[in-house]
Ligand binder design. Structure first.
Ligand SMILES: C[S@@+](CC[C@H](N)C(=O)[O-])C[C@H]1O[C@@H](n2cnc3c(N)ncnc32)[C@H](O)[C@@H]1O
Length: 201
């Protein structure tokens, strides 16, 4: 039987501006490390997956505390490279329409509560100090698994409070501190290995 995997990455980027007023020629500086987000989007929808159906992948980005971007598979509108992704984010935050992006007012806590209220969904935090995750102990393949990942600085006290208040379990990819985009690619790759093994049986 074909294994269908649904993955969602919830990126907590409180320092980004929700105004989209950064310069495309200076993403790290004027965009307050929006390049980290652009690389994460490319990891999820472009170079990360090879066998997972990209329409079952989603990124939710929490920007500046109360804005929330939901990004699905861009399919044939796929932006190429960091600057293209930055242009999409800038446009979407300025009110321009993209069929694969929606902008809402939601906090991390509201997003977490919505996910936790779905009994077929699981929510995890990726944290190097959590319990080890690998191909052999991946969270339930048949559920919708969502992974919260921090920005270049990790998590602030507000995020840690949400994790504690809602008892969100921490999973670790190892003791090294990886880039956000690497974490996304690593999770996708682990699920792909399992899907590949199931298909080979
Ligand atoms: C560049 S890291 C943040 C580094 C930050 N200086 C810190 O100490 O948290 C970005 C995010 O990737 C995730 N991450 C990085 N390495 C990880 C690991 N080994 N296991 C699980 N998650 C990891 C975490 O969610 C982290 O907040």
């Amino acid at each position: 039987m074909e294994q269908v995997v649904h993955l969602r990455f919830v990126l907590y980027f409180p320092e980004l501006s929700d105004k989209g007023n950064f310069l495309l020629r200076d993403l790290p500086g004027s965009g307050k490390r929006i390049d980290v987000l652009c690389r994460s989007l490319a990891a999820c929808f472009d170079w990360g997956p090879s066998i997972l159906d990209k329409s079952n992948l989603e990124i939710i980005v929490l920007i500046g505390g109360t804005s929330c971007l939901r990004i699905g598979n861009p399919s044939n509108m796929m932006p190429r490279g960091e600057v293209w992704w930055a242009r999409v984010i800038k446009d979407a935050l300025s009110g321009n329409y993209y069929p694969f992006v929606s902008v809402e007012n939601q906090s991390l806590e509201e997003v977490a509560e919505a996910i936790l209220s779905n009994e077929k969904a699981h929510l995890w935090v990726l944290d190097d100090a959590g319990s080890s995750i690998n191909q052999r102990n991946l969270p339930d393949m048949n559920a919708q698994n969502s992974f919260i990942i921090g920005d270049h600085k990790g998590f602030d006290s507000e995020a840690l409070k949400v994790f504690n208040d809602h008892s969100i379990y921490r999973l670790s990819l190892g003791t090294a501190s990886y880039l956000t985009s690497h974490c996304i690619a690593a999770i996708i790759s682990m699920y792909e290995e399992v899907v590949h093994d199931v298909a080979e049986r």
